[in-house]
Design a protein around this ligand. Structure first.
Ligand code: PEP
Length: 250
């Protein structure tokens, strides 16, 4: 049985005050979340605050990006060791915003996955197609290419140390959610892709759905056989909505 995982991706949102309020709300309701693992991925500068506020709670925390370098003259970058220093468990790699706005390609994302994993972080590997790619009917090819970059670099077994987040780019921050059937179809194809290489790995790896998942649509998405959780953007900024999603996961 795969334990569902709900992770909030706060992106570049929040202030010390709003984050305190958000975390107070999450902490107040987290006891009602029975089965899901819960995490929040904060802007780097707030990770120390988040670590302090979440220490001793069931909620884990993580970063939204990391450098492939260990240390040195890389202005503005954050190393895996720094995330670990502040108790991060997770780090998002290959979010579509990093891929499209900051030019991160499959190879760089695979390296980030590898560096995170080797350091002992759990990478949340984002994959997903654009609207144009979906309309061309190449969703599976795109997702396979993104996934294979990691498999080629690290081997299929490496995926067990991470989480995959299937995030159709057209659904992120747009209010357009993939239907449960659309999402399940791609999740099943990702699982099959892995199973063709290693059935045991495919059975173990958790695949989150991300893309306008919210308090109203989470339950039906999370009910699908191959959807093992959610990566939540906008709805993770409101404690009540985020908790509703976490509860919908069990
Ligand atoms: C995301 O940023 O990963 C995401 C899924 O955003 P949203 O939920 O706002 O679409």
């Amino acid at each position: 049985m795969r334990q569902p995982i709900i992770a909030g991706n706060w992106k570049m949102n929040g202030s010390r005050a709003s984050i305190k309020q958000l975390l107070d709300g999450i902490k107040a309701g987290i006891g009602e979340v029975k089965a899901a693992e819960v995490a929040v991925c904060a802007p780097s500068i707030y990770i120390a605050d988040v670590a302090e506020q979440l220490a001793g709670t069931p909620v884990a925390w993580g970063g939204q990006n990391l450098s492939t370098e260990e240390k040195g003259a890389f202005t503005g970058e954050i190393a895996a060791s720094m995330l670990l220093d502040f108790g991060c468990k997770y780090v998002i790699v290959g979010h579509s915003e990093r891929r499209t706005l900051y030019g991160e390609d499959d190879q760089l994302v695979a390296q980030k996955f590898a560096v995170a994993r080797k350091a002992g972080l759990t990478p949340i590997l984002c994959v997903g197609e654009t609207l144009e790619e979906r309309e061309k009917g190449i969703t599976e090819d795109v997702v396979a290419r993104q996934l294979n970059a990691v498999i080629d670099l690290e081997g299929i077994e490496a995926l067990v140390d991470g989480v995959i987040a299937y995030e159709p780019v057209w659904a992120i921050g747009t209010g357009k959610t993939a239907t449960p059937e659309q999402a399940q179809e791609t999740h099943a194809s990702i699982r099959k892709m892995m199973a063709d290489k290693d059935a045991a790995v495919a059975e173990k790896v958790r695949i989150q759905y991300g893309g306008s998942m919210n308090a109203a649509n989470a339950a039906e998405l999370l009910a699908m056989a191959d959807i093992d959780g959610g990566l939540i953007g906008g709805a993770s900024l409101k404690a009540d909505d985020f908790l509703t999603i976490c509860k919908a996961a069990g």
